[in-house]
Design a protein around this ligand. Structure first.
Ligand code: CAA
Length: 380
């Protein structure tokens, strides 16, 4: 057993870390302040091959593995969490499903555009009345000749503001519950498809998060992804791997919080000595380090499993996401505590880490949903 990254992964980590520190970290406070979508740096991510991580070279991708994607999301999120989730959704919830379930025509048409950043990908599952209950979607698609006509709405769609291609779930046979849902590839230009106003979020504010509406939006029948009425298991299996990304993102935020707390504790002097010499601060630093280390082991175990070709990684992905997201909230909370009044000030990044960490316990399945998934896997 070897807990070190191999040579290729280590070089990738160094390269991404350098890029993230130089190009992404300086932008994070501005994105948080303005809520702007970082179009320019997303183009730079494309130049680095980061928008087609899993895609074979023949379609314009970088043809890397899941561990590479995990490294990328961790390092990018450590510098700027908004960029982390932009990458995660684009790679795991749009390009990867196209690769897995797309027809050759769909792959040839969309993958090069996604890898080059010509079209950013967005994933549209959540609705005003269907969050944890993913099968409860009310958006409906009705067949009309060689098109499907979509009506309904979606909310909290990451990347939506800038995306050119949306993976949308809709009911195609409402009488059949889980077995009546289909996944569609919807282009931004589709008549009847509207992108709403930017959501005013607590954190992850530079992610172009918007609601969507469909009013008689006509989608060509060839844009069904996978089989009609087979969309629910397709989406669930995608979430298995994309939850590893969110766990990696939480790990990146937790690591950034620990880094900030350690640096501050060495230079802040109280009662005549640097605060790290006070035992209660040592207690907090040690607890934070344990959480970060344990999260890292679970996150990389899950991506290793995915790379090993295992049929499913449902349980391991949910365990990693549950643990890493709760660790990120706790570690960033303790970082605020160690920085005290400065930690609560916007002049330091840790209050942002705390706000950003919180959503990792919510999106791509709340902690409560992860527990349901884990318990069901244990008792199968
Ligand atoms: N892989 C393959 N198939 C699966 C599966 C998986 N991981 N999980 C379930 N299925 C299949 C089941 O086998 C079952 O098939 P059969 O009917 O043939 O037996 C079918 O799907 C129904 O499964 P369940 O009975 O388990 O379904 P459920 O209604 O109880 O829901 C749930 C399960 C886990 C609670 C699910 O609804 C869920 O994950 N909810 C959370 C939603 C979520 O994660 N949303 C994320 C939004 S995207 C986002 O957040 C992106 C972003 O902004 C960053």
């Amino acid at each position: 057993m070897d807990f070190n990254l191999g040579e290729e992964h280590r070089l990738l980590q160094e390269q991404v870390r350098r890029f993230a520190v130089n190009e992404l970290a300086p932008q994070a406070p501005r994105l948080d302040e303005t809520g702007d979508y970082p179009r320019e740096t997303v183009s730079k991510l494309a130049e680095q091959g980061m928008l087609g991580v899993l895609v074979p070279e023949e379609y314009g991708g970088a043809e890397m593995d899941f561990t590479s994607l995990t490294i990328l999301v961790e390092e990018v999120s450590r510098a700027c969490a908004s960029h982390g989730v932009i990458l995660a959704v684009h790679n795991s919830l749009v390009t990867y499903p196209l690769l897995l379930y797309g027809t050759e025509e769909q792959k040839k048409k969309y993958l090069p555009q996604l890898c080059s950043g010509k079209r950013i990908g967005a994933f549209a599952l959540t609705e005003p009345d269907a969050g944890s209950d993913a099968a409860g979607v009310k958006t409906i698609a009705t067949k009309d000749g060689d098109h499907w006509v979509l009506n309904g709405s979606k909310i909290f769609i990451t990347n939506g503001e800038a995306a050119g291609l949306f993976l949308v779930t809709a009911k195609t046979d409402p009488s059949k519950g889980h077995s009546g849902i289909t996944a569609f590839l919807v282009e931004r230009e589709t008549p009847g498809f509207e992108i709403g106003r930017h959501e005013n979020l607590m954190g992850m504010r530079g992610t172009g998060n918007v609601p969507l509406s469909f009013q008689d939006a006509r989608v060509p029948a060839e844009n069904v992804l996978g089989q009609v009425n087979q969309g629910f298991p397709l989406i669930m299996s995608l979430l298995d791997s994309s939850r590893i990304d969110i766990a990696a993102q939480a790990l990146g935020i937790a690591q950034a919080s620990l880094d900030a707390a350690v640096a501050y504790s060495k230079q802040r002097v109280q009662f005549g000595k640097p605060i790290w010499r006070h035992e209660m601060v040592q207690d907090m630093l040690a607890r934070m380090a344990v959480q970060v280390d344990a999260a890292r082991l679970l996150v990389y175990r899950a991506s290793w499993l995915k790379d090993s070709g295992a049929e499913r990684c449902t349980k391991e992905a949910s365990i990693a996401k549950l643990f890493a997201s709760e660790a990120a909230v706790e570690v960033s909370r303790l970082a605020v505590q160690i920085l005290g009044g400065y930690g609560y000030s916007r002049d330091y990044p840790v209050e942002r880490y705390y706000r950003e960490a919180k959503v990792t316990e919510i999106y791509e399945g709340t902690s409560q949903i992860q527990k349901i998934v884990i318990a069901r896997q244990l008792t199968r």
